[in-house]
Design a protein around this ligand. Structure first.
Ligand SMILES: *Cc1c(COP(=O)(O)O)cnc(C)c1O
Length: 389
């Protein structure tokens, strides 16, 4: 009797608090509730001490232009005001800077949000999307969220493979093709000529996403000219990386007006906060600071390469603000290196699929942070070798 009552009670609870909330759409029920990125702050809480070097998230440790900081400080006093849905204060100078028309630009809460909106616009349940195995995971997350089907092609010699991506898109009738140049997590880059040839081969019915989160760091001949008459490609850039404003959340899309205009169908119109908006304007206007940043980042890359070399490790050529260090063994070893570095106060990340995961990914940081990395790496390598053999 007791059991029957308990069972009835459990049953009722099951209806009130089901394991999976049956009010969710079937698609939402099929999705795991996860936080795909573990924040360094979380890791610091777990280890009970702050990191000495924050080199894992491709942030700009030098911070944004002082002019951008001033603009954001000033804007705090107006934070009671809503943002500006058409982002006109940024669109104007951005259009002038890029030499494009206003209606070829759309501003959003970072590339991440823009990618999510693009996927919602173009991908329905079962639609195919092509990307590279090991490329930017946030994009994959958005595709899964709408029930899209991801087709992944392997990297080729630590580069994304334009030919294989286009071939797969043609073979599967893909709606979207994701390509980043330079790419994360390897930092390698293709020439503008290669990218232009890739755009020319985009199959009918597909849209090429050209993620240029790191374009500012890349050699000029790796950034194809912008052609907003071409509806086959949409490009994304951000203030998170070279402009040092990752926490502000602001990025933009460049493309054909009819493609870019689609964001207005479903974007979060007040998603970009006004502090970020005016910070971005000031950051864009301080190109002297950007050039200074690019020089410092190039020095930092050389320093990371040097540190790797001193430990008998090779590096991949990088066109971004991070360097992939080849640890020379398998993913388990590289994972152990990441863990041993973390235990010594150094936060880095790594690619998540083989064979890319033989590498660790080290972002350029402040001199003191790279000093700390250099000091800890030999012991971390040694400890990793002891645990993973
Ligand atoms: C960092 C990164 C982004 C994210 O940019 P946000 O503007 O901060 O959302 C997008 N794509 C790639 C390849 C990145 O590495």
């Amino acid at each position: 009797m007791c059991n029957a009552a308990a069972l009835a009670c459990l049953e009722r609870m099951g209806q009130i608090l089901p394991m999976t909330d049956r009010r969710l759409t079937p698609l939402a029920q099929s999705l795991p509730a996860t936080v795909p990125f573990v924040a360094p702050e979380r890791l610091e809480m777990e280890r009970g001490a702050p990191f000495d070097a924050r080199l894992g998230a491709n942030e700009l440790g030098f911070g944004p232009s002082p002019a951008a900081v001033d603009a954001m400080r000033a804007e705090i006093d107006r934070v009671w005001q809503y943002g500006i849905p058409d982002a006109a204060p940024l669109i104007e100078p951005l259009a002038a800077f890029l030499g494009v028309a206003h209606d070829t630009l759309s501003v959003g809460e970072g590339i991440d949000a823009l990618l999510g909106n693009l996927v919602r616009l173009y991908v329905g349940q079962g639609d195919v999307v092509v990307t590279s195995d090991g490329a930017y995971p946030t994009f994959n997350y958005h595709v899964s969220n709408v029930g899209g089907r991801l087709v992944k092609v392997p990297f080729d010699g630590d580069h994304e493979d334009p030919t294989a991506l286009i071939d797969a898109a043609a073979a599967h009738g893909a709606k979207l093709i994701y390509f980043s140049n330079p790419n994360n997590p390897m930092g390698t880059v293709h020439t503008a000529e290669t990218v232009t040839q890739m755009i020319a081969r985009v199959p009918e019915g597909s849209l090429l996403i050209l993620d240029e989160a790191y374009a500012e760091f890349a050699p000029a001949d790796c950034v194809p000219p912008i052609d907003t008459d071409d509806p086959r490609v949409i490009r994304f850039r951000t203030f998170s990386k070279a402009y040092g404003m990752a926490g502000a959340r602001i990025g933009y899309a460049i493309g054909h007006p009819e493609v870019v205009g689609n964001f207005d169908r479903l974007r979060n119109h007040f998603g970009v906060n006004r502090i970020a908006l005016f910070g971005a304007v000031a950051a864009l206007n301080d190109q002297t600071y950007l050039q200074d940043t690019l020089a410092r980042v190039a020095q930092g890359r050389a320093r990371i390469e040097d540190i790797a070399q001193q430990n008998n490790l090779t590096t991949l050529p990088s066109a971004a603000n991070f360097v992939a260090i080849d640890c020379g063994r398998d993913g388990a070893y590289a994972r152990a290196v990441v863990a041993e570095l973390a235990a010594r106060g150094i936060f880095v990340r790594m690619p998540n699929v083989a064979p890319l995961d033989r590498c660790i990914r080290v972002s350029v940081g402040l001199d003191g942070e790279l000093d700390a990395f250099a000091a800890c790496l030999p012991a971390a390598l040694e400890a990793a070798a002891a645990t993973s053999s």
